[in-house]
Design a protein around this ligand. Structure first.
Ligand code: 13P
Length: 253
């Protein structure tokens, strides 16, 4: 049984003080949940403080991006080695990075390797844009992105895939549960082709794109979807706690 994983991508929101306040509001209620893994992904400059707030709890912390090298003369970049000293996860290949910062599958692949090399679990984002969706290319685009991101990545690598259709991000227009499930199933088939059925069945695949407390149950009820990558709704403590609570699966002891 896969443990669902609900991650909050705070994007470029919150100054340090606001990030700490949000983290404090989440700490108690998220710690009380069983049967779901929760991850907070604040901006780089707040990771250390948020991680300190989460110390001693089961809540995990992640970054929203990383560079491909562990250290060196790369002014302004943040390395996976630095992040690994503070947190456990890193979002890689988010569509906003592909769109605004020119990241392609090859760069995403280098970042996945860099994260894994440093013991970080990458949350690898894939998803088609509106034109690709309307042209019926969703499957082809997503499969290509998954294969590109995972090139030369070994079967035993710990990673999470997030299916985030670009047209659903920040639009208030989520995919339907059935459509998201279909794409998650396709991602799982690609993983099965790469790594075998057992590995594919163990992999966690999130849905992301306008997930909120009202619509999340539609996604969490789908057999191929193992949680969510939440943007806007992760900035409101009550809303994020409700989403994480809805994702929780009964714990078998
Ligand atoms: P929204 O939940 O704001 O649509 O953002 C989704 C997302 O991009 C999470 O990474």
């Amino acid at each position: 049984m896969r443990t669902p994983i609900v991650a909050g991508n705070w994007k470029m929101h919150t100054v340090l003080e606001e990030a700490v306040a949000l983290a404090r509001g989440l700490r108690g209620p998220l710690s009380a949940l069983r049967g779901v893994e929760c991850v907070l992904c604040p901006p780089f400059i707040s990771i250390a403080a948020v991680a300190a707030e989460m110390a001693g709890t089961p809540i995990r912390v992640g970054a929203q991006n990383c560079y491909v090298a562990d250290q060196g003369a790369y002014t302004g970049e943040v390395s996976p080695r630095m992040l690994a000293a503070l947190c456990q996860y890193v979002i890689v290949g988010h569509s906003e990075r592909r769109q605004h910062f020119g990241e392609d599958d090859s760069l995403v692949n280098k970042k996945v390797h860099a994260a894994l090399r440093n013991g970080l679990v990458p949350i690898v984002c894939v998803g088609e844009n509106l034109a690709q969706n309307e042209a019926g290319q969703t499957g082809e685009v997503v499969a290509r992105q998954v294969r590109g991101a995972l090139a030369d990545v070994p079967a035993d690598a710990a990673l999470v895939i997030a299916y985030e259709p670009v047209w659903a991000i920040g639009t208030g227009r989520p995919a339907t549960g059935a459509d998201a499930n279909r794409v998650a199933a396709l991602v799982r088939e690609v993983l099965a082709d790469l790594y075998g059925r057992d590995r594919a069945d163990a992999a966690r695949i999130q849905y992301g794109g306008s997930v909120n407390a009202k619509n999340c149950a539609e996604f969490f009820g789908q057999p191929e979807i193992d949680g969510a990558l939440v943007g806007g709704a992760s900035l409101k403590a009550d809303e994020f706690v409700a989403i994480a609570g809805a994702a929780a699966r009964p714990v078998v002891s």
